[in-house]
Design a protein around this ligand. Structure first.
Ligand SMILES: Cc1cc2nc3c(=O)[nH]c(=O)nc-3n(C[C@H](O)[C@H](O)[C@H](O)COP(=O)(O)OP(=O)(O)OC[C@H]3O[C@@H](n4cnc5c(N)ncnc54)[C@H](O)[C@@H]3O)c2cc1C
Length: 445
């Protein structure tokens, strides 16, 4: 799986064994001495032999009244934010993930929540890791999105050791891995009682932090902690601003749009396995949360969630919250939720169909999307090629720049790649018309 570029680094394969996860030269977590080879093929979320998202969700949410091709099975869908306390101000989006996790703890439905919080910078450069929070204080201190490699093996081992009921927060492939682990281990099946999913565009490598630091003129060693999305109610929510805290007490900050690799869609530092993902909205999670990337919400710097409640129990908690005025959520339909993730879904469905036709070595991924080379315009095909190229080369050019002590090598390459990508993607001018003129018949992107 690692050699085939299908390892997301979730750590499911080393949980419960003597193996461990370590960063590779590109700042991605990979298994060392992965244990449990006998069950590995059924545990890995990208394994072609593992149950897929439809099978897992079908078994878990068989009675769900609604089913949608893009967002999966569900009880109800909502848009809005937390109205009480400072969940919204402290969260990356509308604060719903932390609110729901806190509610599970307060109602004593769980004893602990496995989620991702800041750690002291590790010698290998990591700034975040999974941990189990058992109090509201711990939970709140872990709010916010971390576009940073993290892995589950430590918390899975802790859950096996410590009896209790747990919730796990994670991106879609991690939640899938949790369900695959639960299917092979009755202890985990009994103890992990809720899964809280985060919508996902893709997973970044550790190098993105270092690149941001380089571009802000500070060495990585000077950074003690970071916020990928500093919240500012006076600016649109989708104007991400990265914020670094420095060892000397100072700070450095920059808007993602001014960083050479800050266009999320271009795919800089994307984990290669994400090229073969077809789940944007955590279809196997009991409840899933994302950002409402449509107007007027995208322009509201306070942050707004979209929520997909798949489990009736968690949907009841959401409904209680609305009735008590603690949540400012309105019901929406699946089309609305899908529209908030239009770009991600297009990349993971029609883009994936095209990527599945590319020649590749090693294990062939098996996805819910059928390979399709024909149903795309020339421009869309070039965009998918370009994104894959940027993802592939960003790891390697950064490695070379790091190795030779020449940050400018990477930054110059990234700026050039970004210019080309943006010309291809957004150009309505001559370049765009030229490509479209060459275009094959097919849907527009
Ligand atoms: C890698 C990644 C990609 C994402 N891509 C998209 C996207 O394309 N579209 C979209 O709408 N939303 C995406 N999200 C989700 C979005 O960033 C918000 O996390 C989500 O809207 C919830 O916001 P909130 O304010 O409700 O959460 P908060 O109240 O801020 O709580 C966030 C919770 O998630 C936990 N957490 C943070 N990072 C991770 C992580 N990497 N793994 C597991 N748990 C974590 C925190 O510990 C905390 O408990 C992504 C998140 C991640 C981590």
């Amino acid at each position: 799986m690692v050699r085939a570029g299908l390892c997301i680094g979730c750590g499911a394969c080393v949980a419960g064994g003597n193996g461990r996860m370590a960063y590779d030269r590109y700042g991605q977590l990979q298994p060392q001495n992965a244990a449990r080879p006998e069950t590995f093929e059924h545990l890995c979320p990208f394994s072609p032999f593992a149950a897929d998202e439809d099978a897992i969700a079908g078994a878990r949410f068989a009675a769900a009244p609604q089913r949608d091709r893009k967002v999966g099975r569900f009880e109800a869908t909502y848009v809005g934010h937390v109205a009480e306390g400072d969940y919204r101000a402290q969260g990356s989006s509308g604060g719903m993930v932390t609110w729901m996790a806190a509610e599970l703890l307060s109602r004593r439905l769980v004893d602990g929540v496995a989620h991702v919080a800041a750690t002291d910078p590790s010698p290998d450069g990591g700034f975040f890791g999974y941990r189990i929070s058992r109090s509201l204080e711990e939970l709140n201190a872990g709010a916010k999105s971390r576009y940073h490699p993290i892995e589950l093996s430590g918390v899975i081992d802790a859950i096996r050791v410590e009896p209790g009921r747990y919730a796990v927060v994670g991106i879609p492939c991690f939640i899938k891995a949790v369900h695959l682990l639960r299917a092979t281990d009755p202890v985990l099946a009994e103890r992990i009682v809720f899964t809280l999913g985060l919508f996902c565009g893709h997973m970044k490598s550790l190098r993105m932090v270092e690149s941001f630091a380089w571009q802000m003129g500070v060495p990585l060693e000077a950074v003690t902690s970071l916020d990928y999305r500093l919240k500012d109610p006076d600016r649109p929510a989708n104007w991400y601003r990265a914020h670094l805290n420095l060892r000397d007490g100072g700070t450095a900050a920059q808007d993602w749009w001014h960083l050479a690799d800050g266009d999320w869609g271009a795919g800089f530092f994307q984990n290669p396995a994400c090229n073969f993902c077809d789940d944007v909205t955590a279809e196997t999670a009991d409840i899933a949360f994302g950002d409402a990337w449509v107007e007027p919400y995208a322009s509201d710097g306070n942050g707004t969630n979209v929520v997909i409640a798949r489990s009736p129990v968690l949907n009841d908690i959401v409904r209680d919250g609305i009735m008590q005025g603690r949540l400012a959520l309105q019901p929406v339909d699946a089309e609305f939720v899908a529209a908030t993730q239009a770009a991600g879904l297009r990349h993971r469905r029609e883009g994936l169909a095209y990527r599945l036709t590319w020649r590749r070595r090693g294990i062939r991924p098996v996805k819910r999307v059928a390979p399709d080379r024909r149903g795309h315009t020339l421009r869309r095909k070039l965009i998918y090629r370009m994104r894959a190229g940027i993802a592939f080369w960003s790891h390697r050019v950064f490695w070379l720049a790091h190795r030779t002590g020449q940050p400018r090598l990477y930054i110059a390459w990234a700026r050039a790649a970004l210019r080309l990508y943006q010309a291809l993607t957004y150009s309505r001018g001559r370049l765009g018309r030229f490509i479209d003129g060459l275009g094959l018949a097919g849907r527009d992107g």
